[in-house]
Design a protein around this ligand. Sequence first.
Ligand code: COA
Length: 323
Amino acid sequence: MFNTEFIAFDSYAPPRVVTNDDLSKLVDTSDEWISSRTGISQRHISEGENTSEICIKVAEGLLKKSGLAPDEIDLIIVATITPDFATPNTACLVQAAIGAENAFAFDISAACSGFVFASSIADKYIKSGMCKNAIVIGAETLSKIVNWEDRTTCVLFGDGGAGVVMSRGERNCYLAEDMHSDGSLGLRLTGGETKVRNAYSAPEEADRRYLEMDGRTIFNFSTKRVPASINILLDKAGLTIDDIDYVVPHQANSRIVEVVAKKLGISMDRFYMNIASYGNTSAASIPMALAQMDREGLLKKGTKLVITGFGGGLTWGSALIEI
Ligand code: COA
């Protein structure tokens, strides 16, 4: 069995910043409502860049930061619910753009848990000896599946992408994990549906194309499942929450994280939060936070992090990683 290390972090957000005040010109809302209910002040919204273009910028940054040549990458995974196409997958578009000719490349769909699940997959390929260098990206252009006339959802989401390079190394830095799904609640958070329409079938109902969510159910699910998952993770690793430098949660909503912190008996400053600047970017949110932490010098050798994702599927999962 081989070891997995994290060797580079990078992120990219489309340049257009949309503030809460900007949104109050589109729908009946206010900065006060959005920031007090969610902690979001602004989000980045694509003016045309699709998910693959965001991913390519991230992958180029990761190559530069890791010092790896494109032909040294043997695996590319993109976690996204907003791919450009059903096929080719986003990861193949990245592979072509960066010239990673030795990589195999695929997408995974697990919404806001996508990056946690994808990094777990990459860890197994590396630990098994099948891969040496993996690029793992979470990226979304949620703005293309948001209903811009629905104030209950359009204020929550943003666009962006980020990723990591995970490589075979000396130390084991992917220490423990805890992953779950509950498909029975799946239709409480939906988006991007395409019904069967063909020569033999013409359903009358419209597709649930836009993000729709039973916010209260998702709030209750998250505040119950996330602390439980973190406790299972710590038990597996034989650690306590005091051994962890930062919890890096999916940036869905500050109020969710406040309840999680209370249930874990720790203060909010143990959680790394950047939701105020980016909103909820689904699969991108955890790696975007990691990349920002890296830029701020918070990720030092030996730093222990819990990453924890939760959302559509419904899915949730946590991993204990060491830098
Ligand atoms: N601006 C102003 N008012 C708004 C609004 C907005 N953007 N969105 C909803 N409202 C209104 C509602 O219409 C409702 O008005 P009414 O009482 O006259 O009907 C009122 O605010 C309260 O709505 P409600 O949905 O009960 O608010 P809430 O306190 O539950 O907060 C969420 C809504 C979405 C912030 C909250 O449910 C939540 O955080 N859920 C988790 C969502 C999430 O993070 N999902 C992603 C997980 S990956």
